[in-house]
Design a protein around this ligand. Structure first.
Ligand code: FDA
Length: 367
C-alpha cells in the first residue's frame, strides 16, 4: 500500500513526491504522458535541449525557491529579451527606450513619455470598453497597432475590440534601455535542460507513465491512502457543473540542417495579424549553443476542445463561477489534495507552482 498516489509527474506532483519520500512516505506517481516533467519537459534533439511545450524560462524573486531548484540543476545566466517582428521591422521587448527609439527616433525618456502621452490624449478614451481601447489608453496607438493588436488577436482568436478590457490590466512600460523581460532578482535556464530536475526529484520513487487516472480510477484509488491530484478538476468531478474552458496551442518543430543560427534570439514574437503563428522559439539560444544545426518551433494558438492540451485557463466570470463550485467540493475532500495549474484552474509560472507545492508539503507534514 502506498501512502500517496500522485496523479501527474509535472512540477507540483514531482516536488510533492520528493518531499514525501524525504519524510519516509511511499509514493506512486502516474502520468498519462510517456515522459515525466509535465509541460516543463525538455528533450534533446541534435544536442539541443528542446522545450517541448513552449519556451520555459525560470524566474523568481524568492530566494528560497531559487535555492530550491538550484539543488537539482545548475542554472545559466540566460536573460529573457524577446524580439518583436512586425512585418519585418524589429523591436525590442518589453516596451523600453530601445523600442521607443526604434518607433519614433526619440533618445530621452522625457521625449518618449511625451510621445505616449500625446497619443493617449488624442485617443481620448476615458472609460475603455474593450481590450483595444484599454491598450490605447495605456500606451497610445503606435505601440498598440504594431506590437499588441495582431499578437493579442491571434492569442485569443478574436478581434481586440471584441475582447474584454480586463485582460490587459496594465502594460509594463520602461523608460530605461533595458531589454530584460522579467523584473525578478533570479533568472536562468538549467544547463542541460529541465528533465534532469524531474529525474532527480523522482529518483527512487515508483513512476508509471502512459497511465491515465480516469481510465483505471477504481483500481488506482485502492493502491494508496491519499491522492495528490494535479489533473483537471472538472474532469475529477465528472464535469458535473460543466466544462472549464482553455486556450490551446499547436507546436510545429523543425530541425534546420542548413543553418546554425536561424533568428539570432531564443524568442521572436510575430506581432502582425497575418502571420498565423505568434512566435518562433530557437531552442539553442537558451543555452548559448554552438551546435552545427538548429531547432526551431513555431507556436500557433488554437481553440481548445476536449482531447487537446489545455494550456491557458480562460479566467472570465463564467469559468471562474464554475471553478468555484468544483473548488467547494475539493475543499471538503479529506483524502485528496489538489495542486498545480490544472487542479487550481489558474495560470502559474514555475516558481509559483514550486511555492504552492512547498506550502502544501508543510500543511501535510508540518514544518
Ligand atoms: P503540468 O501540466 O506541468 O503537470 C501536470 C501533469 O499531470 C502532466 O504531466 C499531465 O500529463 C498529468 N496529468 C493530467 N491529467 C492526468 C490524468 N488524468 N492521469 C494522469 N496524468 C495526468 N512558467 C515559467 O515560469 N516560465 C516560462 O517561461 C513559462 N513558459 C510557459 C509557456 C507555455 C506555452 C505555457 C503553457 C506555460 C509556461 N509556463 C512557464 C508555466 C509552466 O508550464 C507551469 O507553471 C508548470 O508546467 C505547471 O506545473 P504543474 O505540475 O502544475 O502542471
Amino acid at each position: 500500500m502506498y501512502d500517496y498516489l500522485i496523479v501527474g509527474a509535472g512540477l507540483f506532483g514531482s516536488i510533492f513526491a520528493y518531499e514525501a519520500k524525504q519524510r519516509g512516505k511511499k509514493c506512486l506517481v502516474i502520468d498519462k504522458r510517456n515522459h515525466i516533467g509535465g509541460n516543463v519537459y525538455t528533450k534533446e534533439v541534435e544536442g539541443i535541449q528542446v522545450h517541448e511545450y513552449g519556451a520555459h524560462i525560470f524566474h523568481t524573486n524568492n530566494k528560497r525557491i531559487w535555492d530550491y531548484v538550484n539543488q537539482f540543476a545548475e542554472f545559466n545566466r540566460y536573460t529573457n529579451s524577446p524580439i518583436a517582428n512586425y512585418k519585418g521591422e524589429i523591436y525590442n521587448l518589453p516596451f523600453n527606450m530601445n523600442t521607443f527609439h526604434k518607433l519614433w527616433g526619440v533618445t530621452s525618456p522625457e521625449e518618449a513619455k511625451r510621445k505616449i502621452e500625446e497619443q493617449r490624449k488624442t485617443a481620448n478614451i476615458s472609460q475603455p470598453s474593450n481590450l483595444e481601447e484599454q491598450a490605447i489608453s495605456l500606451v497610445g496607438t503606435d505601440i498598440y497597432q504594431k506590437l499588441i493588436k495582431g499578437y493579442t488577436e491571434k492569442q485569443w482568436g478574436r478581434p481586440a475590440n471584441e475582447l474584454p478590457a480586463f485582460i490587459i490590466k496594465r502594460l509594463p512600460v520602461r523608460f530605461t534601455y533595458d531589454n530584460n523581460y522579467f523584473n525578478d532578482r533570479f533568472q536562468g535556464i538549467p544547463v542541460g535542460g529541465y528533465t534532469q530536475i524531474f529525474e532527480k526529484l523522482l529518483d527512487g520513487i515508483d513512476v508509471k507513465l502512459k497511465t491515465d487516472f480516469f481510465k483505471e480510477r477504481e483500481e488506482l484509488e485502492t493502491l494508496a491512502n491519499k491522492i495528490v491530484f494535479t489533473g483537471m478538476i472538472d474532469q475529477f468531478y465528472d464535469y458535473q457543473f460543466g466544462v472549464l474552458n482553455y486556450r490551446s496551442l499547436k507546436f510545429e518543430t523543425n530541425v534546420l540542417d542548413d543553418t546554425d543560427n536561424f533568428q539570432g534570439n531564443a524568442v521572436v514574437n510575430y506581432t502582425d495579424s497575418e502571420t498565423t503563428y505568434t512566435r518562433i522559439i530557437e531552442h539553442k539560444h537558451f543555452e548559448f549553443g554552438k551546435q552545427e544545426k538548429t531547432v526551431i518551433t513555431k507556436e500557433y494558438p488554437m481553440e481548445w476542445e476536449q482531447g487537446l492540451e489545455p494550456y491557458y485557463p480562460i479566467n472570465d466570470d463564467e469559468n471562474n463561477t464554475v471553478y468555484k463550485k468544483y473548488k467547494d467540493l475539493a475543499d471538503q475532500e479529506a483524502k485528496v489534495i489538489f495542486g498545480g495549474r490544472l487542479a487550481n484552474y489558474k495560470y502559474y509560472d514555475m516558481h509559483q507552482v514550486i511555492g504552492e507545492a512547498l506550502v502544501t508539503v508543510e500543511k501535510e507534514f508540518g514544518k
